[in-house]
Design a protein around this ligand. Structure first.
Ligand SMILES: [Zn+2]
Length: 242
């Protein structure tokens, strides 16, 4: 077997979205310094890193979700936040303030109504699998660019989809709230003048709160879920036993 060179390690690190910070490699047992894709510093010998590239800090982060469905306890309020786009739906799930899951669903169909049905069927299963108490759906808004209204076609597409999502929640006996974008963004203290800046700002909030790097769709869904979780608490009935 050919001797490992530092260039090989550097290349392998890049392939795993890591960076090798050390500039000297002696052997498999000497400690090297790496930086993972989440910016954590890792001090391990190459023997422990190679083939796997598993960051010990990422690994113990509870917010790196597996695909496992977590059963809902009766005592908690479970809220779901949905960030709706025409093809990609970001979603987040909170149990009493704790983020327990976040992911995206991609609808593949090119035809609008077929895609809407695909999203509807997905939402039914999301509700049945996770049993949320409440779902936050982001309100739609007309995009303004240089004081001109743009994206009217997209707006109409999203309006039709929103109606379908609302009806699906009702059919599934699940409470929902339409959340205007400005409302959840101000609750999460999202900053930025442009759409791109605001999306980036929410991604940075998620990194700050949970130490995970997520797509803008997931980040926005987490913002919506957090707003719903904080502002729409289930009314707990208090009985007076006297
Ligand atoms: Zn890490």
């Amino acid at each position: 077997m050919a001797k490992i060179k530092i260039e090989d390690i550097r290349k392998a690190a890049i392939e795993h979205n890591w960076t090798l910070l050390s500039d000297e490699y002696k052997n498999l047992d000497t400690e090297l310094t790496f930086e993972c894709n989440e910016g954590h510093k890792i001090y391990l010998p190459y023997k422990k890193v190679r083939d796997k590239f598993i960051c010990p800090i990422c690994q113990q982060n509870q917010y790196n979700f597996t695909k496992e469905i977590i059963p809902k306890s009766k005592k908690v309020q479970r809220s779901i936040g949905l960030d709706q786009a025409t093809h990609i739906t970001g979603y987040s799930i909170f149990d009493d303030g704790k983020l327990i899951y976040a992911d995206v669903f991609s609808a593949g169909a090119d035809d609008e109504i077929e895609r809407d049905i695909e999203i509807k069927n997905w939402l039914i299963q999301l509700i049945q699998n996770w049993n949320p108490d409440i779902i936050g759906i982001e309100g739609i808004q007309l995009q303004q660019l240089n004081n001109k209204t743009v994206g009217v076609t997209t707006y109409q597409t999203l309006a039709r989809l929103q109606g379908i999502l609302m009806a699906t929640c009702v059919e599934q006996n699940t409470e929902y709230v339409i959340v205007p974008p400005a409302t959840w963004r101000s609750h999460c203290e999202v900053k930025g003048r442009s759409r791109v800046d605001r999306k980036r700002s929410m991604q940075m909030k998620v990194k700050e709160w949970f130490d995970i790097t997520v797509s803008d769709d997931i980040a926005d869904a987490i913002g919506i879920g957090k707003y719903i979780n904080d502002k729409h608490k289930k009314k707990v009935e208090i009985f007076n036993w006297e």
